[in-house]
Design a binder for this molecule. Structure first.
Ligand SMILES: [Zn+2]
Ligand SMILES: [Zn+2]
Length: 327
């Protein structure tokens, strides 16, 4: 296996493309579809004596443009099979109804989170300006949790880990290593709530995925960004702990300020935001507020489409709100 690192200034930093070489050439993820990154990927493959035309399969961990962007172009040149979990397949396949529904849901959420009009319009035009990062739609071959793929004498199993994205999957090899996309990252905690607004109960969904990942006990995880994670279960436990702390912070904001919308909570947690973080900040706040609502800690009150959350359980047992790993 080889790793190619690609530039990416919009999302979580440089993207990893993993090359599984042998009789069959497969890639895990594909980078954003901009000319500079396309050339980086071509050059990176050429270093291993490969070109786009040599690629037989592309495994896409999730629909985000920094992972799926170039898959369609690679497929155009090679006829590669592009595999995506069924929940993300319509977006990577560019199905208009799915793309429109995601964008419409996003607009509704931005109103619900109560972003100021100017901020909301700025974010939507930012996303519009970066729409080409998605690249050409691929003709996708959907798979589902537990599906196995034989490749160069190894078996890779799809492990569905929704949260950061609805269809996010790890590909776990029979030597106990896994390509995990953005399910866990070495430095940052992957965004939940804003990164894929289609995910219901995003924080609970993600927490369950962290436990599932930890329980698998992989020896090593290869993430979508940055370097290998040598203790994936430990990293998953650390991210869970981080979310427990954040939930305490969210409850503290509501306790101090009284009822708040997601945008206000975000401002208290993250301060002023720019670029994609204008989506990720309130999305993260929303994920936590929604989780507290589901567990009866806060009430949800709607006013003119915007939603405020009021603390009704002033001293919640936050540890009890999250599942635990063995660690
Ligand atoms: Zn992502
Ligand atoms: Zn990413």
């Amino acid at each position: 296996m080889k790793r190619i690192q690609l530039g990416n200034t919009v999302f979580e930093g440089r993207n990893n493309v993993y090359v599984l070489d042998g009789e069959t050439t497969a890639l895990v993820d594909a980078g954003v579809a901009v000319p500079a990154v396309r050339e980086e990927l071509r050059a990176g493959l050429a270093d291993h004596g490969l070109s786009f035309a040599d690629v037989d399969e592309v495994f896409v961990t999730h629909w985000h443009h920094d992972h799926a962007g170039l898959a369609g172009e690679i497929q155009d040149e090679s006829g590669a099979i592009v595999r995506v979990h069924e929940a993300d397949a319509p977006l990577v396949g560019g199905e208009p109804s799915a793309v429109d529904a995601e964008r419409e849901l996003l607009r509704e959420r931005l109103i619900e989170w109560n972003l100021p009009d100017e901020t909301r319009d700025g974010l939507l035009s930012f996303l519009e300006r970066h729409a080409d990062l998605a690249g050409r739609p691929a003709d996708v071959t959907p798979f589902t949790d537990g599906d196995a793929f034989e490749l160069n004498g190894r078996t890779y199993e799809a492990v569905h880990l929704p949260g950061h994205a609805a269809g996010l999957c790890a590909f776990a090899s029979d030597d106990e290593e896994a390509f995990v996309g953005d399910a866990i990252l070495p430095k940052y905690t992957p965004n939940v709530g804003g990164a894929d607004v289609r995910v219901d109960s995003p924080l609970e969904t993600y927490a369950d995925s962290l436990v599932r990942l930890a329980d698998r006990g992989f020896d090593r995880a290869w993430p979508g960004h940055r370097d290998a994670i040598d203790d994936p279960a430990g990293r998953a436990a650390t991210i869970l702990e981080h979310h427990r702390d954040r939930t305490r912070n969210v409850a503290a904001v509501l306790s101090e300020r009284g009822p708040c919308d997601a945008w206000t909570v975000s401002a208290h947690l993250f301060g002023e935001l720019r670029g994609i973080h204008v989506l990720h900040g309130p999305g993260e706040a929303y994920a936590h507020l929604d989780h507290l609502r589901a567990r009866g800690v806060v009430d949800r009150v709607e006013r003119d489409g915007a939603v405020e959350y009021e603390l009704v359980e002033p001293d919640p047992d936050v540890d009890a709100l999250f599942p635990r790993t063995d660690r």
